[in-house]
Design a protein around this ligand. Structure first.
Ligand code: ATP
Ligand code: MG
Ligand code: MG
Length: 549
């Protein structure tokens, strides 16, 4: 696996440690519990927990739970499960921004008393108009000069729940002419009569992200508050609040480019919509870029960490090719995934010269490069199944697999030659009549004659029925939503269910979520939908990159 390389964030942290600006490195991963974590979050998790670990510090898991309307316990639980699965541990450092509501409230009163914040009664529409534009300065609210005592009284009554939603807000008093829109008297508190998953009905006002985030960082003694570039313009506000409040430490914010991946949407807003509209089976649908979906597809956590390490950390906006993620999955699975046989679309093959009613046991290796992985028994007999795709009645020149008169090798078994094609009334090929060379057990002819193709197969005597789910990208263009509507770019053929697949018996007790390689076909993992006698497999990733252009 790639070591986490150096990047500008690690350089900054290193410099801060070298100059003694910080003693212990403390970072945090601050998800809002309003959805499941996705690939983009994995980058942030690996960065925050990775930096803390490398510098002997610690990383907090902090729920940024300041918007009770969208937040749910389901999401809180899934986030903890997913961070742990990815291989990181916050130890006892689990926090919630809501733990600081009382302290944040006191900070807000502090700002009011210092003349740095005021209660504004301007209706939202008018307030937006007063804010100005990038080229036009904003206008001061008529409430900006409201006496401190009046703001204090109104703010306390906002807290007490005296006013309806939206009636008033608390704003910082900074500069309505600032070139940075975030400094034009940003809102710090809004009235929201909503039940919070943790604080219940205790609060009728909730802090905004900008007010809660930096102060939570300071309370937790975070040294490096690492976030994505959209927050770059919020940094002056972050610093203004830290400077104007009696906070116990001085955290700094650093920004890096968020992860974007082709054929993928990494935004909780869009992912929520896919789930809510039933366009996927749930947050953990294996086509989803959520960690839960990726895990269900059979991707090991190590492959995700490897991918994130390969992508690296930079400040420049970029879109990563999804093929890079798939390559990391293959490279992670290839050395360890057990090899098995499965026939996705079975075609019967009858060996005419093999004794009727007889079977034999062959030995198949579990991994081509790793003898320690051992072997397993495979049944061979007169009736077998091969892949429909491995036969062509009228093959083009370079087709080396089965066709009339052609000899192929059956993996771990014998050489067989196709003699006759059996069709049903409609002309569909339903079976191949073949002969085998009894001297070729193990796969080689005694006379050394060359056979080009080696096929996977299963014996009818012990092939087990299975359902196999093939996935392709959820979106059918590299930049979903580029024309404005993400849902219009959904790939209608992202799921292909093969209901009549066959697998070898050893696959019946494969652990859910752990990928094996189906020889010549790809990596597959048992799905939790599996029933006794009816396993379901998800294709984790194909063997080759069939998407690269
Ligand atoms: P979304 O846009 O999907 O709603 P978010 O940033 O609102 O994401 P949060 O729960 O607030 O979601 O994110 C927690 C942390 O993960 C934040 O620090 C955020 O910067 C980071 N993060 C979110 N998306 C990405 C991404 N695509 N790449 C890197 N980091 C991300
Ligand atoms: Mg956020
Ligand atoms: Mg968001």
């Amino acid at each position: 696996a790639a070591e986490a390389g150096r990047d500008f964030i690690r350089d900054i942290v290193q410099a801060d440690v070298d100059t003694g600006r910080v003693r212990g490195v403390v970072t945090r991963f601050p998800p809002e519990p309003n959805g499941f974590l996705h690939l983009g979050h994995a980058k942030s998790i690996c960065l925050n927990f990775g930096v803390a670990k490398e510098f002997g510090g610690r990383c907090h898991l902090r729920f940024d739970d300041t918007n009770p309307v969208k937040e749910e316990q389901l999401f809180i639980d899934s986030i903890q499960r997913d961070v742990r699965w990815l291989g990181f541990d916050w130890g006892e450092h689990l926090y919630h921004a809501s733990d600081y509501f009382e302290q944040l409230y006191d900070y807000a009163e502090h700002l009011i008393r210092a003349g740095n914040a005021y209660v504004d009664d301007t209706p939202p529409e008018a307030m937006r108009a007063q804010r100005g534009t990038l080229t036009e300065p904003g206008q001061n609210s008529p409430f900006r000069t409201r006496p401190v005592e009046e703001s204090l009284d109104l703010f306390r009554r906002m807290r007490a729940g005296e006013f309806p939603n939206g009636a008033r807000v608390l704003r910082a008093k900074i500069d309505m002419a600032s070139g940075n829109m975030n400094l034009r008297d940003p809102v710090l508190y809004r009235i929201l009569h909503a039940r919070h998953p943790r604080t219940g009905d205790a609060w009728a006002i909730y802090p905004t992200y900008d007010f809660a985030h930096g102060q939570s960082d300071a309370i937790e003694h975070i040294t490096h508050s690492i976030c994505t570039l959209e927050f770059e313009d919020h940094r002056p506000l972050y610093d203004w609040l830290i400077e104007n409040l009696p906070v116990p430490s001085t955290p700094h914010q650093y920004e890096f480019a968020r992860l974007n991946v082709t054929y993928t949407v990494l935004s909780k807003r869009h992912l929520t919509k896919l789930v809510a509209d039933g366009l996927v089976s749930g947050w953990d649908d294996p086509r989803m870029p959520t960690l839960a979906g990726i895990r269900r597809r059979g991707v090991p956590a190590a492959a995700l960490r490897e991918f994130v390490a390969r992508v690296g950390v930079a400040r420049a906006y970029s879109v990563v090719d999804v093929a890079m993620f798939e390559a990391a999955i293959r490279d992670t699975l290839n050395p360890t995934a057990p090899r098995r046989m499965a026939v996705l679309r079975p075609l019967k093959l009858i060996i005419e010269n093999y004794p009727e009613g007889q079977t034999e046991t062959l030995e198949a290796r579990n991994h081509p490069d790793n003898p320690d992985a051992g072997t397993r028994p495979l049944t061979f007999g007169r009736e077998l199944y091969v892949e429909q795709d491995d036969f062509m009645e009228h093959p083009p020149k370079k087709f080396f697999r089965l066709s009339p008169g052609k000899e192929v090798r059956l993996r771990w078994g014998y050489l067989v030659t196709c003699r006759e094609v059996v069709k049903d009334a409609a002309g569909t090929v339903v079976a191949l009549r073949c002969t085998y060379d009894p001297e070729s057990r193990g796969g080689n002819a005694p006379d050394g004659r060359k056979v080009q193709a080696t096929l996977h197969w299963l014996a009818a005597a012990d092939a087990k029925p299975a359902e196999i789910r093939l996935y392709s990208h959820l979106f059918n263009r590299p930049d979903p939503g580029a024309d404005g509507d993400v849902l219009a770019d959904l790939n209608p053929d992202s799921l292909d269910v093969l209901a009549d697949a066959l697998v070898e018996p050893a696959l019946l007790d494969a652990p859910v979520g752990e990928a094996v390689q189906f020889e010549r076909t790809g990596y597959f993992a048992p799905d939790p939908d599996s029933q006794p006698g009816r396993p379901v497999f998800n294709r984790t990733v194909g063997l080759r990159d069939t998407w690269a252009k």
